[in-house]
Design a protein around this ligand. Sequence first.
Ligand code: GRF
Length: 198
Amino acid sequence: MKNTVILISGSGSNMQALVRAAEQRRWAQRLGARVAAVVSNKADAPGLAFARGHGLATAVVDHKAYASREAFDAALMAEIDRHDPHGHPALVVLAGFMRILTPGFVAHYEGRMVNIHPSLLPAFTGLNTHQRALDEGCRFAGATVHRVTPELDHGQILDQAVVPILPGDTAQTLAARVLTQEHLIYPRVVERLLACGV
Ligand code: GRF
């Protein structure tokens, strides 16, 4: 079984889209793949309840309990790898996981870790992407699924979705429009990777 571990920090709407896709598109039967666990760095992440409700293993690795980024990443790595019998999950999916990862962590999952970022990369890496796109007068915004490399919000682009920026848009209205598209492209990319080899 190809085990996928999803990392979240918050509402986890992308994680929910992935879990629903796994169920509805029968990843287990068609691809021999499953979401093995949902791991959060925040105990109160609302997405955890959804995951539990869908019978998934969940875990919390609280970054505040660790003295350094390296110590946190080592604990997180141990938790992720625990969810595969060989200690080597096929795919690690970052879905609104709001921690910067150490180069050691990224190297450990080289070629098998993906992220979704709410901008049309390479534009607007980092935070506040929607407000920055509005401030720049962009006519289009979107989301990007990419492989994770040590450099934040870089790495091979696997798919993108584009949405128009409309008159009167705020960061919130734009974020909502982009998020709808994220929920479509992320499951599609993950399914493709699991089907064709990560
Ligand atoms: C999404 O906009 C995603 O692109 C970004 O963080 C947000 C997470 O939202 N990385 P959710 O937790 O999946 O609802």
